[in-house]
Each structure stands twice: as structure tokens, then as C-alpha cells.
Ligand binder design. Structure first.
Ligand code: DC
Length: 212
């Protein structure tokens, strides 16, 4: 199976770009942040991690990833702004990372994947065929997140402050911190349109796997 790892901080465009490019090249798009978000949502709801009772499942009907906790479809709810912070906090815990690691690897064993996250090229798939590290300035990323949140968005300054805080959280943790793999291609998407970044990544993938 072939694998592409796309890592980088929040709001750099990883998920929208990865999803679109995966469709164009026929790979399965796997959003690993969604798994951490299910854990974060559980924590917000119950005040505990409860990994032993967390029945986290995914499916990919029509190549769209949906996530479930004990059969409840939480795909939309995990996008809530407060879930982002909870997911980031939970993701620093070794038992959470251990719990999710094998699930991610299993998907890459079964499918050609474009997998996005923070530690895909460094920890989850260190032998990925292609690694890309996507970044952009905090202001650019906050603007994108702000637009994504639409009517539910808090003030722009809050989104910016939270993004800077979350970067710090994700980069400073001892375990699998947000970091570019030494063999990753670094791509700064600041000021790019979505299509410019998507086309660039699509070209990298087509070249790497000799796709026409
Ligand atoms: O990509 P996202 O914003 O949906 O991810 C939510 C949080 O999950 C993020 O702040 C850090 C964590 N995460 C992680 O630690 N490792 C990953 N591979 C993906 C996400």
C-alpha cells in the first residue's frame, strides 16, 4: 500500500487540501485529528477519558470519513470549538496516543492513504512514501479557521489566540510533538489560494508515485 503523510499545525489547510487531493489521485483520506477529537468530546461530556469504554469506530462510505463513539455519529459535533482544545489536551496523554496508534497504522496497511495529523511522518508512518509538512502564519491559519467556523465562530482575536495556544500545546508535549520529519517536504501555504496549494501537493504525489 502507498502512503502520504501530511502534518502541520491547525488551520494550515491540511484537511481540506488532503481531502480534495485524495479524491483526485484515488487514495483514502484519513483525518487523524478526528480521532483525538472523539476522545476530547468524550472528556468534555463525562469529565473522564474512559478509554476502556470508548468504542471508537470509523467508516468511509463514499470516501467520507465518519466517526462514532459507541455507535453515535459524532462527526459534526467534534468540530465544535471547545472540542479542539479538549482534543489537544487529551492528545498529550501517552495512553491516548497508544490507544490510537495501531488504528491509524491499520488503515495504512489496508488502503492507499493520505493521512493528516501532527505526527504521521514522525511516529505513525515513519516509512511513509511521501511526507509533507504544511504550515502558514498564525494569522493566515486563524483567518481560515474563523471562516470555517462560520456563524459559530468566536471573535477573530479569540480564534487567533487559541490557535497560538494550541500550537504551543501540540509542539511542546513530550510525546510525539508537532514537528516536521527530517525527510518531509516543507510547504508554506501563506497567501496561497486553496487551489494553488492543492495543485502543488497533487503534483508532488503524482511525481512520487508516477501517476499520470
Ligand atoms: O487536526 P485537528 O485540529 O482536528 O486535531 C485536533 C487535536 O488533536 C490537535 O490539537 C492535536 C491532536 N492531534 C495529534 O496530537 N496528533 C495527530 N496526529 C492529530 C491530531
Amino acid at each position: 500500500m502507498r502512503s502520504v503523510a501530511i502534518d502541520g499545525p491547525s488551520g494550515a489547510g491540511k484537511s481540506t487540501i488532503s481531502r480534495a487531493v485524495a479524491g483526485r489521485v484515488g487514495f483514502l483520506y484519513v483525518d487523524t485529528g478526528a480521532l483525538y477529537r472523539v476522545v476530547g468530546l468524550r472528556f468534555l461530556r463525562t469529565g473522564e477519558l474512559g478509554l476502556d469504554t470508548l468504542d471508537l469506530t470509523m467508516d468511509f462510505r463514499d470516501r467520507e470519513q465518519r466517526v462514532y463513539d459507541c455507535g453515535e455519529d459524532v462527526t459534526e459535533e467534534i468540530r465544535r470549538h471547545d472540542v479542539s482544545k479538549a482534543a489537544s489536551d487529551c492528545s498529550a496523554l501517552p495512553e491516548v496516543r497508544r490507544f490510537l496508534l495501531e488504528r491509524q497504522r491499520e488503515l495504512a496497511r489496508r488502503h492507499d492513504v493520505i493521512m493528516d495529523g501532527r505526527d504521521i511522518g514522525t511516529v505513525v508512518l515513519p516509512d511513509a512514501d511521501l511526507k509533507i509538512f504544511l504550515t502558514a502564519t498564525p494569522e493566515d491559519r486563524a483567518q481560515r479557521r474563523y471562516e470555517q467556523l462560520g456563524e459559530h465562530a468566536p471573535a477573530f482575536e479569540t480564534v487567533l489566540r487559541d490557535i497560538i495556544e494550541r500550537d504551543k500545546n501540540d509542539s511542546a508535549r513530550a510525546l510525539a510533538p508537532l514537528r516536521a520529519a527530517p525527510d518531509a517536504i516543507l510547504l508554506d501555504t501563506t497567501g496561497n489560494t486553496f487551489e494553488q496549494s492543492a495543485a502543488l501537493i497533487e503534483r508532488c504525489i503524482r511525481e512520487r508515485f508516477s501517476l499520470s
